[in-house]
Design a protein around this ligand. Structure first.
Ligand SMILES: NC(=O)c1ccc[n+]([C@@H]2O[C@H](COP(=O)([O-])OP(=O)(O)OC[C@H]3O[C@@H](n4cnc5c(N)ncnc54)[C@H](O)[C@@H]3O)[C@@H](O)[C@H]2O)c1
Ligand SMILES: O=C(O)C(=O)CC1(C(=O)O)C=CC(O)C=C1
Length: 356
């Protein structure tokens, strides 16, 4: 699809794009740059780049595509630097979480720049946590403007699809208003919940008690603080509006604590919305047919299971260790079809395994 692609910023997102390009043979060569030599070396070692460059320089003029994957607060200065070396023929995009200010700053610097934002990520920063599957099935927003050439947009849409994601075209300002609600506000809320626990005289006890509810709601606070800080600061106008709405809703909910029937209605509405979110499987397998196998704690058990299935011609698509206890544990085996799963089940039960 491209001869030479440059990735600027080899962290979680830049690394995942690099891995996706290389694993799917979408670029002849992926060249990476990052001001942090450790991140750069790691990108090369982990296969997210074919070549690394420690300085911005004339090599940039040889790129067919440049992907800016630095924190939002660094994008304008980075754009200015790369523009000094860039050829007018290079297509540019970014993966930043905020679009209006980024597009306004970069479009005049890089004539073929189109903003982008994959709605996928993780609370673990850095290329060590990057993988091509992160982008799989994600909505990937592209933010064309009046200056965007139709052919440039088409080329980026094709790239997004080739990386396994779904392109969605949204104007930069609208993008920022939308993600303020579904991404930036949840991040701020995660920070707020942590602050409440942190400031409590019973902090240690609260930390011990925090179970799935607190953990699920605060997960994104474990991400790169610099990346997230840049994201919410750059989108502060839309975020303030979303936060005002949140405060009003919280006040309403607190008020209806005295009206159990009304609260039940609101809780049911919330459940309907939450349960209706599209299920996005960030996995290379579109559908899984799973079998859970109880595994006794003895040497050679995994070999016995996998050999028996292999000899019977049953293919394992996915495997995961679910739990390990003193008396043994369980593994989950994924098969490509229900028939294959049944065949696997028969084989394993015939040699004494318990399955579910
Ligand atoms: N983490 C997520 O969930 C997520 C999701 C979608 C989009 N994004 C966006 O992707 C971008 C990268 O975030 P990340 O999660 O990969 O962060 P990260 O912390 O994992 O990686 C950021 C990388 O950028 C490098 N960097 C810093 N300044 C730079 C500069 N001037 N030039 C080039 N590289 C520079 C850092 O050294 C680091 O390696 C951000 O703009 C973020 O808003 C993040
Ligand atoms: O942690 C995740 O699962 C994410 O997808 C991270 C997340 C999000 O808020 O959903 C964070 C910032 C982004 O720009 C996009 C995605």
């Amino acid at each position: 699809m491209f001869a030479r692609v440059g990735i600027f910023g080899t962290g979680l997102l830049g690394g995942s794009v690099g891995l996706g390009l290389r694993e799917r043979f979408l670029a002849e060569e992926v060249v990476a740059y990052d001001p942090d030599p450790t991140a750069l070396e790691a990108a090369l070692a982990l296969g997210a780049a074919d070549r690394i460059e420690t300085r911005l320089g004339p090599w940039i003029a040889e790129l067919d595509l440049g992907v800016l994957a630095a924190p939002v607060g660094a994008l304008e200065a980075l754009g200015r630097e790369v523009a000094r070396h860039a050829a007018p023929t290079t297509l540019w995009t970014d993966v930043g979480s905020v679009k209006a200010p980024v597009v306004a700053a970069l479009e005049p610097l890089l004539p073929r720049f189109v903003g982008g934002h994959p709605m996928a990520g993780s609370e673990r920063a850095g290329v060590e946590n990057a993988h091509a599957g992160l982008l799989q099935n994600a909505a990937w927003i592209l933010t064309p403007s009046r200056r965007t050439a139709a052919e440039d947009l088409k080329q980026l849409e094709r790239l997004v699809e080739a990386l396994g994601a779904y392109p969605l075209l949204v104007a930069p300002e609208l993008h920022d208003r939308l993600v303020a609600r579904v991404s930036h506000l949840p991040y701020l809320l995660a920070v707020a919940l942590n602050r409440i626990v942190d400031a409590d005289p019973n902090r240690e006890t609260l930390m011990f008690l925090a179970a799935g509810g607190f953990r699920d709601l605060t997960r994104v606070a474990s991400g790169s603080p610099r990346m997230s800080r840049d994201m919410v600061v750059a989108n502060r106008a839309a975020l303030r509006e979303a936060a005002r709405d949140l405060k009003a809703v919280l006040d309403e909910l607190v008020a209806v604590l005295d009206e159990p029937e009304r609260l039940l209605e609101l809780a049911q509405e919330a459940k309907r919305l939450r349960d209706g979110l599209p299920v996005v499987r960030r996995s290379l397998l579109p559908v899984q047919h799973d079998l859970v196998v109880a595994v006794p704690d003895r040497p050679g058990e995994l070999a016995r299971i996998t050999s028996a299935l292999g000899e019977a011609g049953v293919n394992i698509k996915d495997i995961e260790v679910l739990n390990v206890r003193d008396e043994g544990g369980a593994i989950r085996l994924g098969f490509v079809s229900a028939e294959e799963k049944q065949a696997g089940r028969r084989v394993l039960e015939s040699i004494g395994y318990r399955t579910r």
